[in-house]
Design a protein around this ligand. Structure first.
Ligand code: SAM
Length: 218
């Protein structure tokens, strides 16, 4: 999610400002239900994370399967789905989405890209069986005031052996929010290998602001 202080439109975007000041799931649901109808219009011209996350998935998918089963956690209105559809994976994926906010899921549903869209609070265990996806993406949701690092354990659990977890983490909370330490724990426990933790630009034309976390399940 973009930083309102560095965007040309951020000053006037009350929603974006409120998003970084969220205090919990109830607050998040209220904000995103209000924002759902204008969310794509408000941010799509400057927001690069969905495209960059899909590029990271494609770069690291080494299995040439006819169909990849993907879970987009914190899918919002489905901007990640839009990018998968525009990508070389079009026609080769089945995409499910989870999100806290019914209004955001309703917007995603209209795009007809996602097979299964369900409400879920990612601060709680994910209602999916172990190893049921080839890829989990989580974009713009591992950020200030949103979802903490414990969910990474759940992402690794629901991905199949050799599968990928690709998440964008706001750089301000990579260490202070405990993401780096949870990732190191997963690696130490032999559950996942860290493919990359490169810095990337959350905004188009920029090259910093987020960490693109790519894990491969062992
Ligand atoms: C900035 S939006 C990102 C949406 C989409 N992935 C994108 O990049 O456009 C953050 C999303 O996180 C969701 N969210 C916030 N807290 C959550 C939680 N505890 N569990 C699940 N989703 C949550 C919101 O409903 C919202 O759709």
């Amino acid at each position: 999610m973009p930083d309102p202080s560095t965007t040309s439109w951020g000053q006037s975007n009350q929603f974006l400002q409120r998003a970084y000041d969220l205090t919990g799931a109830a607050d998040a649901e209220q904000l995103y239900n209000e924002w759902a109808d204008s969310y794509d219009f408000d941010i799509v011209h400057e927001y690069a994370s969905p495209q960059r996350a899909v590029e990271a998935v494609i770069k690291n998918l080494d299995d040439n399967k006819p169909n990849f089963k993907i879970l987009d956690a914190g899918c919002g209105t489905g901007l990640v789905g839009d990018e998968f559809k525009k990508s070389s994976l079009n026609g080769k994926f089945t995409l499910d989405g989870l999100d806290l906010t019914p209004g955001m899921l309703a917007a995603a549903r209209k795009k007809n890209i996602y097979t299964d869209l369900e409400t879920a609070d990612l601060t709680k265990p994910i209602n999916r069986t172990d190893g049921s996806y080839d890829v989990v993406t989580c974009v713009g949701t591992l950020t200030k005031g949103h979802v903490g690092p414990a969910v990474l354990n759940e992402f690794v659990r629901v991905v199949a052996k050799g599968g990928l977890v690709v998440g964008t983490v706001h750089e301000d909370i990579w260490e202070s929010g405990g993401f780096k330490s949870v990732v190191e724990g997963l690696e130490k426990a032999g559950q996942a290998s860290v493919v990359s933790t490169d810095g990337f630009g959350i905004l188009k034309g920029e090259w910093s602001g987020g960490i693109m976390l790519v894990l491969r399940k062992k």
